[in-house]
Design a protein around this ligand. Structure first.
Ligand code: SF4
Length: 251
């Protein structure tokens, strides 16, 4: 686990609403650089070998952890290795496989319908374009950006629950609409960094800046965060809140 920077001694910086656009951009980039150095190994925590596998795994990751998805996908993809096979799967057999991920009937429907649309419209291949991906059943911008960024190397910002919470705590934006968050953050951070930015913020949200009790006293960007103090500031107590050993995908 990397060492946390020491907690800030003073809180003299401007509140985010008083900050100029230039100052906010500079602060955002500094925060990103610190977090990127802190989590140099940040990556997509879903296991996959092909764009199709990542697309399906991302759909399955709704309301569950990446670890749980990674437990079911090897069997799923061994049994149904192509979009054609997934589209023609026996519903009950797939439901049994997907049961550990929760909402397994709805997820079985989603996977079969998604695979059928890929077969019908894209010869069973995952299209590498946002405008095509979002026309597929059950695929929104978040899922599309995961696939574009990680399977195709096309920079994308993945606004999931962690990402949205963190950028609001960071004072990068007050927006709650994921599309607006994507646009605003995309203007703060260079495009080539978008995929890594998504990983780094999701890692930070899972490990330190938790939804309920952020570990502010052990946070590497505490000096630059207007929400410092929202969580535990005592360094010893804060360190006990860290979840570095887990790669659970939960918060
Ligand atoms: S809220 Fe606390 S843990 Fe989260 S980024 Fe700010 S200082 Fe760090």
């Amino acid at each position: 686990m990397p060492a946390a920077r020491t907690a800030p001694r003073s809180r003299s910086r401007s509140a985010p609403h008083e900050e100029s656009a230039l100052a906010r951009t500079r602060r955002a980039r500094r925060m990103y650089r610190i977090l990127r150095d802190y989590y140099p190994y940040a990556h997509c925590e879903l296991d996959f070998e092909t764009p199709l596998q990542l697309l399906v795994a991302t759909v399955l990751s709704a309301q569950t952890t990446d670890v749980t998805v990674n437990k079911v996908t090897p069997t799923l993809f061994a049994r149904y290795p192509t979009a054609e096979a997934l589209a023609g799967a026996d519903r009950e057999a797939m439901e049994a496989l997907l049961k550990p991920t929760g909402f397994f009937r709805a997820k079985t429907n989603s996977v079969i319908n998604l695979a059928a649309a890929l077969v019908e419209r894209y010869d069973g291949e995952v299209p590498p374009r946002m405008k095509d991906l979002v026309t597929l059943p059950g695929v929104g911008r978040k899922t599309a950006n995961v696939v574009l960024g990680n399977a195709f190397g096309i920079p994308g910002i993945t606004v999931d629950t962690h990402f949205g919470r963190l950028v609001r705590r960071f004072g990068w934006t007050e927006e709650t609409d994921p599309v607006k968050v994507e646009q605003i953050v995309g203007a703060l951070i260079p495009r080539k960094e978008w995929t890594m930015l998504s990983h780094v913020l999701i890692f930070h949200g899972r490990r330190i800046c938790h939804a309920r009790r952020p570990a502010c006293g052990a946070c590497p960007v505490a000096d630059l965060c207007p929400s410092y103090g929202e969580g535990e500031t005592d360094p010893v107590k804060a360190r006990k809140l860290l979840k570095f050993e887990l790669s659970s995908g939960g918060s």
